[in-house]
Design a protein around this ligand. Structure first.
Ligand code: F6P
Length: 361
């Protein structure tokens, strides 16, 4: 009898943890007498049947490597002529019994649609540094990205203190503020701007003045997609999945200007951008990547398709791709309240946002 064969692809933005996850699938498959093929460049690889064998010896040492050895793209087969049909033809051509698709809402959205439309034998692995998939408690990539951002914030604090400046750090996160939230809390920022709510400029200025009076510096962490009052909408370039391509990361500079105008303090800003997406995965991301990879191979080999493996209460469990891609996980009110309590406490104020936040729950 021929060996079972699993295809693996990585789609969307890369992040640390993908290689540990690929390794998890390949080693589990090898331990169960199955073999793996790596698709090149996400769904593009399935459209073009561009694949090569992935043997255990090739993945043995990749647990410490950032990025993805398979390459990635933001290709959406549903936006290409005959794309879905070509993907389904590649299952046959490459003799795949199953496909493990690793990605965020977009890549998994395609997997979900292929399962619905053609009963494609797909299993999803959640990946995103944004941590914005609602069906899983954490996604790999997030822990590493935040660790990089915290390091950057601490470096900014040193130079801010030396020059008596207010420093603003811009982090990624597209539609969700998780990276900014965790960076802000872990780096003890004096103000954190999140896409989940419009920046309250007066409140921010007040907090920064109080911080500056105490320390002679202040630190702001801002998510790339925040809303600033009075900001104009500009021409937007859109990707295959309908998302704005955020090429000009410039929110930090705009906030710096606002802060200078409101407080008179000298300000400087920094954008760490894609630096957050590179580098060796942290311990957490290596372990989570490995666990979800192994679990995905288990589902694939036992013929359980249409699921994504998710982290829930420290267990890896299957959830349907439909549920997994139904809605994005944005920062909820209880986290906003916690953040406001910390920043209010540092500024010597009471948390005036608590009431409205609680009332909205
Ligand atoms: O979704 C992950 C992410 O890193 C977002 O935080 C960011 O906005 C986007 O990808 C950047 O995409 P690209 O690598 O295509 O510039």
């Amino acid at each position: 009898m021929s060996k079972k064969r699993i295809g693996i692809l990585t789609g969307g933005g890369d992040c640390p943890g993908l290689n540990p996850a690929i390794r998890g699938v390949v080693l589990h498959a090898a331990a169960h007498g199955a073999e793996c093929l790596g698709l090149r460049g996400g769904w593009k690889g399935m459209i073009e049947a561009d694949a090569s064998p992935l043997k255990a010896e090739a993945v043995e040492e990749i647990i410490l490597k950032g990025g993805t050895i398979l390459g990635t793209s933001r290709t959406n087969p549903y936006k290409k002529e005959n794309g879905p049909a070509q993907v389904m033809a590649s299952f046959k051509k490459l003799k795949l019994d199953a496909l493990v698709a690793m990605g965020g809402e977009d890549t998994l959205g395609v997997a979900c649609k292929l399962f619905d439309d053609f009963k494609a034998p797909v299993v999803g692995v959640p990946k995103t540094m944004d941590n914005d998939l609602s069906a899983t408690e954490y996604t790999f990539g997030f822990d590493t990205a935040v660790s990089v951002a915290v390091d950057a914030a601490e470096r900014l604090r040193d130079t801010g203190l030396s020059h008596s400046r207010v420093m603003v750090l811009e982090v990624m996160g597209r539609h969700a503020g998780w990276v900014a939230l965790f960076t802000g809390i872990a780096a003890s920022a004096d103000y954190v701007c999140l896409p989940e709510r419009e920046v309250d400029v007066k409140d921010m200025a007040q907090k920064l003045k109080a911080a500056y009076a105490r320390k002679g510096t202040a630190l702001v962490v801002a998510s790339e997609a925040i809303k600033l009052p009075g900001a104009h909408s500009h021409h937007k370039e859109i990707d295959d999945f309908g998302h704005e391509i955020l090429k000009e990361r410039g929110v930090a500079e705009r906030i710096s200007e606002v802060i200078h105008k409101e407080t008179g303090f000298e300000t400087r800003s920094a954008v760490i951008g894609h630096i957050q997406r590179g580098g060796s995965p942290t311990l957490f991301d290596r372990i989570l990547g490995t666990r979800v990879g192994v679990a995905a191979s288990e589902l694939a080999l036992s013929g359980q398709f249409g699921y994504m493996v998710a982290l829930r209460s420290d267990r890896i469990v299957p959830v349907s791709l439909k549920e997994a891609t139904a809605e994005l996980k944005t920062v909820p009110l209880e986290w906003l309240d916690l953040l406001d309590t910390l920043t209010a406490g540092m500024a010597g104020e009471t948390n005036r946002h608590v009431k409205s936040a609680k009332a909205g729950v």
